[in-house]
Design a binder for this molecule. Structure first.
Ligand code: AMP
Length: 582
């Protein structure tokens, strides 16, 4: 496929914010793609040259890109920047300059050629990198038509914002090959195991359904984590879990997946980011203490004070997520990983094995005298009384609560279902759990808050059935000055000119932001409201809202927007409130 043809699709995608139209346009694009280019197209439409979890960044700032554009079209960098300020978008400025410029070749570049050049730019390192990046991009721009120029420029800048989520791509892949969405669940299963849309798409295009079925866990590709459900009380949990089930403490740190291949360790966060360089202490611990040639295991990392040997609260642990002074922080606040599941062992994907067998295998590779990678404590329980007793013990130790696990369940990558049930200490009294919301918009500040440029937040949750974000609350309280400033920094980065694709709202904030950041919010109650679109019921003209919402913490390094609380979870929480009261 020629890149100019892909650029026409970018134009169409950019012109709509409706999910169904996005799916329709994408499926037409995919239909035209060959198997050897489908993977690259999947990355390119999300503005990347690798799956999102690979830390491959093209990494060119505005001024560097302006320099490339200038070089391609015989203008000075300042002239480019001036036009960019005037137009408000670097791509549009570059397209205008390219209209009158002479093209370098008459042969149109293919998608693969442009992809490879961009991937090359991402790989330059060391001395002379800037010049190499600038000249390679200039060369590409010179060889493209102006519509292609407009979109290619946005890729190194990271400003290609088409709003295409992974579920949208999965739907479109199925439609492209079969005319409907019937293969979506199967494609999603393969995606959940590898998190790599390009890889799944290529397997599918090369080998059809058999290609999707053959996708297994791969060391180095993060697995979409299994998720926990909530229930209103211990009695309901016993009903769901059957006569015998496992219970583990719920640690309040952050989830880490350890991929081990001999002495090579890779670490991934809950939202599948590569964290290997951030946690040298965990890497060393895993090399020494995990007794397996190859393995993928999951656990919760918590910081502890090496002097008093106490585990630290989340606010301390989260300091380990900072990207600077890594070695120093590793000494000050070393991490312990409480391993709670094993997904892959010595060359085999073991996610289909029941939980109790995986746990046995986990016990065989994690020894009890380990210092860094330890086993999460586990008990086998039978009754609601036992749950309450264990829960109270853990709470008094300062932990968050319990995780209950079905003994005969497989590991369900990316899925809920009542395989895991969480019981958290309730801080707000009424709700049994907080709500993970996505930041959708910002209200400008008044009074003291003018100083921060932020007065309040518009937040939403995820409607998984429609793959869109719906509003649930405005949040103005519970934020410290530091948090207001943080919101300002985040929103400056994510601010967009119009309501983003896949956001469904009846109200307008002062400005919209790209749905990216997840915030954990406590509220007193879930109520019905005519202004919010979460769980909208047209017969009553109301959706769900949070009463007295307040911010608990940012979960930006932890959850992706599609991992926010879903509409069906909110509906359940709404109903559970009544069960608890009566
Ligand atoms: P939540 O994020 O509140 O929905 O709770 C699920 C999270 O609890 C998981 O993603 C883990 O990070 C964390 N967690 C803590 N202890 C455990 C455990 N024993 N088993 C599974 N997950 C745990």
């Amino acid at each position: 496929m020629r890149f100019s043809e892909l650029a026409e699709y970018y134009e169409k995608l950019e012109a709509t914010s409706k999910r169904l139209e996005l799916v329709d346009i994408l499926s037409k694009l995919f239909k035209e793609a060959k198997a050897e280019e489908i993977g690259k197209i999947c990355y390119l439409i999300q503005g990347r040259v690798a799956p999102f979890f690979e830390p491959v960044e093209i990494g060119m700032a505005e001024s560097m890109v302006a320099q490339s554009i200038g070089r391609a079209f015989n203008k000075s960098k300042d002239e480019v920047i001036k036009l960019y300020r005037h137009k408000g978008n670097m791509g549009i400025a570059a397209a205008q300059l390219s209209t009158n410029a002479k093209r370098l070749t008459t042969k149109a570049l293919s998608v693969t050629e442009v992809f490879e050049e961009l991937a090359k730019i991402a790989k330059f390192s060391g001395k002379g990198t800037v010049e190499q990046k600038v000249s390679t991009l200039a060369q590409v721009l010179k060889s493209l038509d102006s519509t292609s120029v407009k979109h290619v420029v946005n890729i190194p800048l990271g400003t290609l914002r088409l709003g295409i989520g992974d579920p949208t791509v999965l739907d479109a892949l199925s439609i492209a090959k079969t005319g409907d969405k019937k293969l979506r669940p199967m494609l999603e299963g393969a995606y959940n195991k590898t998190s790599d849309l390009g890889y799944v798409a290529e397997n599918f295009f090369r080998k059809g359904e058999a290609g999707i079925r053959s996708v297994k866990l791969i060391i180095g590709k993060p697995i979409r984590p299994a998720l926990a459900e909530r229930l209103p009380n211990a009695e309901e949990a016993v009903k769901r879990l059957g006569g015998e089930f496992a219970a583990e403490p719920k640690f309040d740190g952050f989830r880490v997946a350890v991929h081990k291949n001999g002495n090579k360790i890779e670490l991934f966060s809950r939202n599948l980011e590569d964290m290997t360089h951030a946690f040298p202490d965990l890497v060393e611990g895993a090399v020494k203490e995990v007794k397996a040639k190859t393995a993928i295991l999951e656990g919760e990392a918590i910081a502890y004070n090496p002097v008093t040997e106490e585990f630290l609260p989340f606010q301390e642990t989260t300091k380990r997520r900072r990207k600077y002074k890594i070695e120093e922080m590793a000494k000050q606040l070393p991490l312990v990983l409480f391993a709670f599941d094993l997904l892959y062992l010595n060359g085999k994907d073991i996610t289909e094995k029941p939980y109790w067998q995986r746990r046995k295998l986990l016990e065989s590779i994690i020894h009890s005298d380990n210092k860094v990678v330890r086993l999460a404590q586990e008990r086998t329980l039978h009754t609601a009384q036992e749950i309450t007793k264990f829960f109270n013990e853990e709470i008094s130790e300062g932990l968050e609560g319990l995780m209950l696990k079905k003994l005969n369940s497989p590991y369900v990558a990316g899925g809920r279902g009542f395989h895991w049930i969480k019981f958290k200490r309730s801080q707000a009294g009424e709700l049994t759990d907080s709500v993970d919301c996505v930041l959708l918009g910002v209200y400008s500040g008044r009074g003291k808050r003018t100083e921060f440029g932020v007065g309040g937040l518009l937040v939403g949750i995820y409607d998984a059935k429609r793959d869109e974000f719906v509003t649930i609350s405005r949040v103005g309280t519970g934020l410290t000055d530091e948090e207001f400033r943080k919101v300002k920094v985040i929103s400056d980065k994510l601010q967009v000119a119009k309501k983003p694709a896949r956001v469904n709202s009846k109200i307008e904030p002062s400005f919209w932001v790209e749905p990216k950041v997840v915030l954990e919010i406590y509220a007193d109650e879930i109520t019905r409201s005519p202004i919010h679109t979460a769980g909208w019921d047209s017969s009553t003209g109301s959706g769900f809202a949070l009463r007295f919402p307040r911010l608990v913490k940012f979960r930006e390094a932890d959850k992706r927007p599609e991992d926010a609380t879903t509409v069906s979870e909110i509906m359940k929480m709404y109903k559970d409130q009544f069960k608890k009261k009566h």
